[in-house]
Design a binder for this molecule. Structure first.
Ligand SMILES: *Cc1c(COP(=O)(O)O)cnc(C)c1O
Length: 247
């Protein structure tokens, strides 16, 4: 391939990423306006899983500092390759034996789905002398294929975690069902908001419910209308993901 060709491809990738980002940011503004909210209340997390460091650099240069990864190894590799002022969000299922690799690298762990995981995060946070900020993952639609707590379990898990040292619950996260029409998820987002308000009214020590992480490429506008404070957008920014086919 000639150098000129490579150059052209880089330019078009940069243009594509900038256009995608502008579109997502515009949609966030529209959804906020519809709901009478300020765009500053919503944090966009660029979900960069499977994407090369070069693409993250381009998105970084446009001003994005919040990136989401769902695998520990990938988060650690990208953390080491990219600037220090990036906030890394761990959004994928986290195994207890991998907690030690990311507790001091992730600014927020979105996917706490068991007491045993929370206990390990607490233990490692104390060892490394950091305070781990976490969200409790709720399986709001009760899907069998998904991780996360039921609404009832969530209340008691939040109270139990609150008593652990080195870890701070800052809100809730959910991965809504995969649907064609985002309106189908509106009731789940609404339930998440209700649950978050219910828990915050309990005034549990060492718990705040400021963060509601919900909404992905297919449904972030509806999620924002229903109260999301963090949206996790991958495909809408970086384009479709290609997963390696394993035989
Ligand atoms: C991949 C992923 C996303 C982003 O999904 P898109 O549909 O590509 O926007 C959001 N949240 C979690 C937990 C993910 O794993």
């Amino acid at each position: 391939m000639s150098e000129e060709k490579i150059f052209d491809e880089n330019v078009s990738e940069e243009t594509m990423l900038k256009e995608h980002l502008a579109k997502v940011q515009e949609n966030i503004r529209i959804a906020c306006q519809k709901a009478g909210r300020e765009p500053s209340e919503v944090t966009l997390i660029a979900v960069s899983k499977t994407k090369p460091v070069s693409m993250l650099e381009t998105v970084y240069r446009t001003g994005v500092r919040e990136f989401g990864e769902n695998k520990v190894q990938e988060l650690v590799d990208k953390y080491e390759a990219l600037p220090e002022d990036i906030h890394w969000h761990m959004i994928g299922h986290l195994q207890r034996n991998k907690v030690k690799y990311i507790v001091d690298k992730a600014c927020l762990i979105h996917s706490v789905d068991s007491l045993r995981l929370a206990e390990e995060i607490s233990r490692v946070a104390l060892l490394k002398q950091v305070r781990a900020r976490v969200l409790v993952e709720v399986n709001i639609a009760g899907e069998e294929s998904k991780f996360g707590m039921t609404t009832e379990e969530t209340v008691s898990l939040v109270s139990t975690i609150a008593a652990l040292p080195g870890i701070h619950v800052e809100g809730l996260m959910t991965i809504a069902p995969f649907v064609e029409d985002p309106e189908e998820n509106r009731m789940y987002f609404r339930k998440m908001k209700e649950l978050s308000v219910d828990i915050s009214h309990k005034n549990i020590d060492n718990v705040c419910m400021d963060i509601l992480s919900m909404g992905m490429t297919g449904d972030y506008m509806v999620a924002i209308e229903e109260g999301a404070t963090m949206v996790r957008v991958g495909t809408g920014i970086f384009g479709e993901r290609q997963y390696a086919v394993t035989v």
